[in-house]
Design a protein around this ligand. Structure first.
Ligand code: ADP
Ligand code: MG
Length: 244
């Protein structure tokens, strides 16, 4: 089963990229007073270097939970998760936060910028948490803002920007630390179509430049831009399709 999927995940003739994220038997159960919800059941998923995976499926199928576990924003109930070969589910909360900060770039539907920090400071913050020296932080922030076309807004506050511009800043924050993977949960979900297309173009540019991406999307046209679609239903992978 796993072997079939791993073989399928590589286009004919393509050199398989290094496995960056490997989930094996990953299960996530939410327990509330009355009910147990199996948000994810026995997920097998390997994401390789420079893949662009679109996670699709109906509302409630587990897409956000899967992304949160991949992004180390949440833990799992059972199963294993290797990030660049390292087992990360049993890390202490402090170590998990360190690994997340260093290796994961997360883009949220609602941007999640800090309103009273400037654009520059928002992008800089994860680098400060990481303990990088000021000069390196400045270089990385400037480069990231240039990549998303927002260098001229470095001194602005998020509230002075449009939604599309805020999401570009959020993309800059996600890439500034050179993460192993960019995770995006409905990155265009709060944007009009014009700004949504601009953010998709940005993700496409990052992919072409070598980034590995995994994004949740509702939009079939956006899913087709990815190199692979993984469909969830009731917390299970029901289809895993290589597009290119
Ligand atoms: P999707 O993003 O595909 O809409 P989610 O991952 O948000 O789906 O949710 C998957 C299932 O897990 C749903 O049944 C949802 O109600 C449940 N769920 C998600 N988060 C929680 C939580 N924090 N507590 C309890 N149940 C949750
Ligand atoms: Mg969701």
């Amino acid at each position: 089963m796993t072997n079939d999927r791993e073989t399928k995940a590589v286009a004919p003739g393509a050199v398989p990229g290094k496995a960056l994220l490997q989930l094996d038997g990953l299960t996530k159960v939410f327990e509330t007073e009355e009910v147990e919800t199996h948000a994810l059941s026995n997920i097998q998923l390997t994401i390789r270097q420079n893949e662009w995976v679109a996670i699709v499926g109906p509302s409630g199928s587990g897409k956000s939970t899967l992304l949160a576990v991949l992004g180390l924003l949440d833990t799992a109930t059972r199963g294993s998760y290797l990030l660049d070969g390292r087992s990360v589910l049993e890390l202490s909360p402090t170590d998990r936060a360190k690994v997340r900060n260093q290796h994961i770039g997360f883009i949220f539907q609602s941007f999640n910028l800090i309103g009273d920090l400037t654009v520059f400071e928002n992008v800089e913050l994860p680098l400060t948490y990481r303990g990088l020296p000021a000069q390196e932080r400045k270089q990385r922030v400037e480069r990231a803002l240039e990549r998303v076309g927002m260098a001229h807004r470095a001194r602005h506050l998020p509230g002075q920007l449009s939604g599309g511009q805020q999401q570009r800043v959020a993309v800059a924050r996600a890439v500034a630390g050179d993460p192993l993977i960019l995770l995006a949960d409905e990155p265009t979900g709060n944007l009009d179509s014009k700004n949504g297309e601009a953010v998709m173009q940005l993700l496409s540019d990052l992919h072409k430049a070598g980034s590995t991406l995994c994004m949740v999307t509702h939009d079939p046209a956006h899913a087709r831009i990815a190199t692979r679609t993984v469909s969830l239903f009731d917390g299970r992978v029901v289809q895993d399709e290589q597009l290119r």
